[in-house]
Design a protein around this ligand. Structure first.
Ligand SMILES: *[C@@H]1O[C@H](CO)[C@@H](O)[C@H](O)[C@H]1NC(C)=O
Length: 422
């Protein structure tokens, strides 16, 4: 981490490229809605949670495959492994098909609007630090999963071109998101990138059909890209439309925003505590982490991948078991699900990650993924036991953590930072 004294010393010796992250010179992209596994009454939706676990497993499997294709397994963390494709259990599948008919049950994501092509075609996009491609459906997608979505029509864009590349990611529900790769102008309010690579998908996994967003904009390192071309923020920097290849997230029940080009000082107090990205895994991965509950250390020397595209937090099963052993009355929710439950009056408010600086605490509200049912006063935890193949002692840290802090990501300094939300 950069301690204060250390940061002063570093500015004297580092080359000019390692400048502090710029505050207040970027573009605000507000987004709507919040990701949740519980319904409006706070009841945990187990089928939805299972679908997310399958989705997260396969997304990271696909990331590892992309890295392997780019540079080989040398870039993997120690102990990392491409797991086999995880299939949706039938019960989750049945539930999903019935849900697809009901707008109110749509999964919710941190999504905002982007404009693609000339004239602009609008898309509602999920911003994902855990992947590195931009994609949304094409008018050539005739599946029902595409029916309620905005679709890209190449023939009405004067700036669009099809490339000879193909994009494909398997999410494990019998189909893949796949389609040809295009280049076109991609913009947010006030920020326009030319010739951005993306895929307009001609097939879409059913799991995306029930989601409110049209597609995904990846904010990870180029190494994770399936298209194998610079992701949006990197293109924006290369074209000089942002000062810095850096961005910040505020995730909240209201007022969520992505800030591109630096950090948004109006959203946090004090300094951002930065930590160097470790390894060359393609992920926003920081090391030297520690998970604690109260004064008890659960796990130390951990690596953490910070992923805005994941709702939950996944940790090695042994460490996660140790965490829940400190929560009175907790037990595994069903056999081998990875989820744990505990009495709803025992939701902890003192589980925290730290990386050698402050303790960044997960609030009880964010630790609680929902109540088991209206009749059972049992709640499920947002930390799940599951090895996603990312490596030994690696945790995947999603929104349940990110909602507690302002988070900053800098390609310039290869660092992830956290600050106290205003
Ligand atoms: C795409 O745009 C062209 C030109 O306006 C139009 O003829 C075509 O119907 C559009 N395709 C779809 C599927 O909407």
């Amino acid at each position: 981490m950069y301690s204060k004294a250390c940061a002063i010393a570093l500015t004297l010796v580092l080359p000019a490229t390692a400048s502090p992250v710029v505050e207040g010179l970027g573009i605000r992209v507000p987004f709507q809605k919040r990701s949740a596994l519980a319904d409006s009454r706070g009841i945990f939706d187990y089928a939805k949670a299972v679908r997310q676990v399958v989705h997260d497993h396969n997304k990271h499997r696909s990331n590892l495959q992309n890295v392997e294709r780019h540079v080989g397994r040398d870039a993997f963390n120690e102990g990392a492994d491409i797991k086999s494709l995880m299939e949706l259990p039938t019960h989750a599948l049945e539930r999903r098909q019935s849900e697809g008919l009901n707008d109110e049950d749509h999964d919710e994501f941190w999504a905002g609007n982007i404009a693609v092509g000339t004239p602009a075609q609008p898309f509602y996009i999920d911003f994902d630090t855990g992947s590195s491609d931009l994609w949304f459906p094409s008018t050539k997608c005739t599946q029902s999963a595409c029916s309620n979505k905005h679709k890209y029509n190449l023939s009405v864009s004067s700036t669009g071109k099809q490339t000879d590349r193909q994009f494909s990611i398997h999410y494990g529900d019998g189909s893949a998101v796949s389609g040809p790769v295009f280049t076109d102008t991609v913009g947010f309010a006030g920020l326009t990138v030319k010739d951005q690579y993306f895929s307009a998908a001609t097939t879409l996994s059913d799991s995306f059909g029930s989601q409110a967003n049209d597609g995904i904009l990846g904010l990870g390192y180029p190494l994770l890209s399936n298209i194998q071309k610079p992701p949006f923020v990197n293109s924006a920097k290369a074209q000089g439309v942002i000062r810095q290849a850096a961005f910040g997230f505020k995730l909240g029940n209201v007022g969520s925003e992505l800030y591109i080009g630096g950090t948004d000082k109006t959203q946090y107090t004090g300094d951002v505590e930065y930590h160097n990205v470790v390894g060359n895994t393609g992920y926003w991965q920081i090391g030297g982490g520690q998970l604690t509950i109260g004064s008890k250390i659960v796990s130390t020397g951990i690596k953490t991948v910070i992923d805005s595209g994941t709702t939950l937090i996944y940790g090695p099963p042994d460490a996660v078991a140790k965490l829940y052993a400190s929560i009175p009355g907790s037990s595994m929710h069903g056999a081998n699900t990875g989820f744990y439950s505990f009495p709803c009056d025992k939701v902890p408010s003192n589980v925290a990650f730290s990386w050698g600086g402050k303790q960044w605490t997960i609030s009880a509200e964010n630790f609680n993924a929902g109540q088991k049912s209206l009749l059972e006063f049992t709640c499920l935890g947002a930390i799940v036991a599951k090895d996603l193949g990312l490596g030994d002692n690696v945790w995947l840290v999603g929104d349940s953590f990110m909602k507690n802090v302002y988070s900053a990501f800098s390609f310039e300094n290869n660092a992830v930072g956290f600050a106290t939300l205003k």
